[in-house]
Design a protein around this ligand. Structure first.
Ligand SMILES: *[C@@H]1O[C@H](CO)[C@@H](O)[C@H](O)[C@H]1NC(C)=O
Length: 581
């Protein structure tokens, strides 16, 4: 062999070894346990972000995240409202499996002092990561329950579900927290208390009449008791707003109530500072930090610097402020040199709320071309959410994935990357996303996804891979009021049962050509109609049989205010505190 060929051979071998090494290193990185920074917005619509096509709102920081990572265009929440969607996110399981549902109109946990919540037997990814040696923290909204039997048993508290550290609101930000918004909860409660006080007065009058006529001989103390109850309920009905502010709008730091009621204007700064110190404190240790924003839920608490800045009123200002917060947190990652070692995820718990408005002012998000929004059964606008993953050097930058994925997929993905294993004693509905995110496989593992509203199956989708089509069937849809307006104005969220339309035959859409669900396909003109509907019905029946009997955590008896479960700080009669100075 000529001399130069030897040299050539030698060089080629060397090159091969280098490439091989690089490949091994690449694989190594994916197996080295990254940190996890999970960012979840509240009520943000998929159409509210620059990187999802909004040209008039400014979200440079979230857009930067998408540019440096993988952006999912068909990322789906398991439910179109907070509590069940968040439960599914943390456990990787449909809410009907974990009992985070009701069958009677309660769609989310209503009170911090209710008894329902994520059952102790459920396993969150936080719990597994903690067992794998991660430091786990939650900053912000929880909304998955607090107590079972006393005001401090904390059976559903984040620290009982795998988080080692918590600063935030056990329930979450609500319109009621500002005291100015006439929320449905407040109005209903006010009316009920008022009616009860009137009924008590009536009962008292009957007793008096009975005594005077000698027909009824009730003891005097009973009369006094009834009058006292009437007075209390009347007084309470006048102060419902203040009561709710104390009952639900408070901060906890780990196991203690530290600010009651919440100081709205200080909470953004407080959350940011917590996030920054958490990153600084744990930079030498694997961590999972879940930042669950109070933005962009009403009452749209926005600091002065951001008010009046956007082109979209207070809602737009609030979105832009949240984006700024994301930027601050990403800067902190950079500063601590954690960016390359950290998998960052950004999503919203469900779609934007179309009903959230006062007069003509829209206070809820924008869901782009997708129909419907928060709370609206299986309509795409309520469940299709932004989904961004960034991990420099491991996930390709700027990649866009159109395959259907679920927020439940985060569970197996972070569990496996963190060195843990999926629990084998229960069904996990999420699928490991890493191969899809890295581009090692073109397809998502989900062939079917079911879209429940409470325990009722409203819709389902089937990915027909060989034909590249995504079919979606609606068995039930909420009724819009006024007809055709695209929302259930007049109630806070659409109901799942009752005021709905049952479709027989079901409504069928081909999302691959009609993502806005505007042209239902007819059985006589769409040859695949019966095949698709039959397949999805079969899949739904199969899943139904795989469910086990469980308590409905959101049903009425668990979901009412129980005074003895109410967390508080301070002493009688001076309740309330502020230890977050
Ligand atoms: C951008 O978002 C705002 C706020 O939700 C919305 O009003 C507007 O219609 C959106 N614009 C586009 C082009 O999507």
């Amino acid at each position: 062999m000529p001399h130069y060929l030897y040299t050539w051979n030698y060089l080629a071998t060397l090159l091969g070894v280098f490439l091989g090494l690089k490949l091994v290193r690449g694989l190594d990185v994916s197996q080295s346990r990254p940190n996890f920074l999970l960012l979840l917005a509240d009520d943000l619509g998929i159409g509210d972000l620059g990187c999802y096509g909004n040209s008039t709102i400014r979200t440079p920081n979230i857009d930067r995240l998408a540019e440096g990572g993988v952006r999912l265009t068909q990322h789906l929440a398991a439910e179109a409202v907070c509590t069940p969607s968040r439960a599914a996110f943390l456990t990787g399981r449909y809410p009907i499996r974990t009992g985070m549902t009701s069958g009677n109109g309660h769609r989310v946990l209503q009170w911090a002092a209710g008894a329902g919540g994520l059952p102790a037997e459920e396993i969150t990814f936080a719990k597994i990561l903690k067992e794998q040696g991660y430091v786990t923290g939650l900053i912000g909204k929880w909304h998955l329950g607090l107590n079972c039997h006393s005001s401090s048993d904390h059976c559903h508290h984040p620290l009982s579900h795998g988080f080692q550290y918590f600063l935030g609101m056990p329930l979450g930000m609500m319109g009621d927290c500002s005291g100015t918004e006439p929320s449905e909860k407040r109005v209903t409660l006010q009316r009920r208390l008022y009616l009860c006080s009137q009924a008590s007065v009536l009962a008292a009058l009957t007793l008096v009449a009975g005594r005077l006529t000698g027909l009824l001989r009730a003891p005097r103390w009973l009369l006094v008791l009834i009058l006292a109850a009437a007075a209390t309920m009347f007084a309470a009905s006048r102060h419902v707003g203040d009561l709710i502010i104390y009952a639900d709008c408070f901060l906890m730091r780990n196991h203690s109530v530290t600010q009651q009621p919440l100081h709205l204007e200080r909470v953004t700064g407080l959350m940011l500072r917590e996030a920054e110190t958490f990153l600084q404190r744990n930079k030498h240790h694997p961590f999972m930090l879940f930042i669950s924003f109070l933005h962009v839920h009403v009452p749209l608490v926005t600091t002065a610097g951001f008010r009046g800045r956007s082109k979209h009123g207070l809602y737009g200002d609030n979105v832009e402020e949240m984006d700024w917060m994301v930027g601050r947190i990403l800067d902190a990652l950079d500063r601590e040199r954690l960016t390359d070692k950290t998998l960052v995820y950004f999503a919203s718990d469900h779609g934007g709320s179309l009903e959230s408005r006062v007069g003509h002012m829209q206070l809820g998000g924008w869901n782009g071309v997708y129909r419907g929004g928060k709370g609206m059964g299986g309509w795409e606008g309520g469940i299709r959410v932004p989904g961004i993953f960034r991990w420099p050097g491991v996930l390709p930058a700027g990649r866009v994935v159109d395959e259907p994925t679920s927020m439940m997929d985060v569970f197996p993905t972070v569990v496996l990357l963190g060195g843990g294993t999926e629990p084998r004693d229960r069904v996990i509905d999420g699928r490991n996303l890493l191969p899809l995110l890295r581009g090692e496989t073109p397809h998502s593992d989900h062939e079917f996804l079911l879209h429940y509203c409470e325990v009722f199956l409203h819709a389902a989708r089937w990915v027909q891979r060989d034909r590249g089509r995504v079919w979606k069937v609606h068995f039930m849809t909420p009724n819009f009021h006024p007809e055709g307006a695209g929302a259930c104005y007049g109630s806070a969220v659409c109901p799942c049962i009752g005021d709905v339309t049952e479709h027989d035959p079901p409504l069928l859409f081909d999302l691959s050509t009609d993502p806005g669900e505007t042209r239902p396909l007819k059985p006589d003109s769409e040859p695949e109609f019966h095949t698709v509907v039959g397949k999805l019905k079969q899949e739904a029946a199969q899943q139904w049989h795989s469910l086990s009997q469980i308590h409905q955590q959101l049903g009425s008896i668990y979901n009412i205010w129980r005074p003895w479960l109410q967390p508080y700080c301070g002493e009688f009669p001076n309740y309330g505190c502020d230890l977050e100075e």
